[in-house]
Design a protein around this ligand. Sequence first.
Ligand code: SF4
Length: 406
Amino acid sequence: MPLGLYLHIPFCEKKCIYCDFYSLETTNLIGEFVETLIAEIDLRAALLPASKRHFDTLFFGGGTPSLLSPKQLDNILTRLHKHFTFTDGAEWTMECNPGTITPASLHAYRALGINRLSYGVQSFFEEDLQFLSRIHSKHEAMDAIRLSREAGFENVNLDLMFALPNQSFANWKRNLETAVSLETDHISAYSLIFEPGTPLNAMLQRGEVRQQDEERDAEMYAWGIDFLAQHGYEQYEVSNFAKGGKVCRHNCIYWQGDEYVSLGPSAHGYISGDSTGEQVFMRYWNARSLKRYMDAVRGGELPVTNSELLTEKERMFERAFLELRARGIRKLDFMRDFGIDIDAALAPLIAEFTKDNLLLNTPERLVLSPSGYAVCDAITLEAITLLEKHSGTVWEQHEEHEEIAE
Ligand code: SF4
């Protein structure tokens, strides 16, 4: 099973009005934070068994990791190498803001081993960028790919947003056409979400902005799926499209229910371990406050504020939900891990949705079709309901057999 490593860098030059990720609008504390993160690496590594210290992916997320200087990044990587190893050809991604990169910093990141960049472009239109309070200009957005290529990056993602309050359909099309014309390797296309607690949501409550209606949102999404398919992009998750097989391997770890270690404030990890001879799966959350995070680590403690052990049922539901939204439920793995035959458990769903070509049922996987992605919430909900019923019966029978055998 692949294992991922995530590092959260909690700083931004300016908060975007729609964002609910944990980040602070300052750069003054980056130096202190990097020292603390290095200390957290030591603390976490000391608790991980050898089998959990070899990673297939590394992801610097945020916040804005491209606010780190190459020297700070080098210090973090040096400490990671002290404790951990990485698979040959491991994917090392760094999220970047197009307004914070320079040719020199990109060359330095590449020299340090980063081999994938992910840019929060969102739009190539100045009015959209200003509305979203992004710090970059449309020219910086356009230049991001070119500069990345010149620095030697062969795997670059652009995040783009649709269904902005005043975004025309024509501008959304133009954004995707521009991303494709730049030969972007990977595109993440998200509908704007009005997250509770964000300034954008407050504007909505005050009636200062209006959401695009659902129909328009769905049309924009459907057009994007078609357009990207025509240009050779594989849709491998509801919002993610890759060309030339350059799927984000780190995100696939999340979407397949595989394990990952996470560091930094607000980061959450998912990792298995042994408890009295039994394999248990734990999710943990780091403090969502830089101060609490730093206080804990400086006091020699992990900055974990909460953790939970997942039951088999929770893991099964989560796996089905995540895999259906991505590359489909892997039937053999599902049987191995949960003892559930997907064809039997989801028979009514398969019959209903394969008929309408919303689901594709292959011997290996049960996967959404391009039009199925548009209604994935309804399909996943029904799948979970069916799994709940079916697993209850199967597991009860299993327990009865065990009792009889005893
Ligand atoms: S740059 Fe990214 S992380 Fe920072 S506020 Fe904007 S969207 Fe959020």
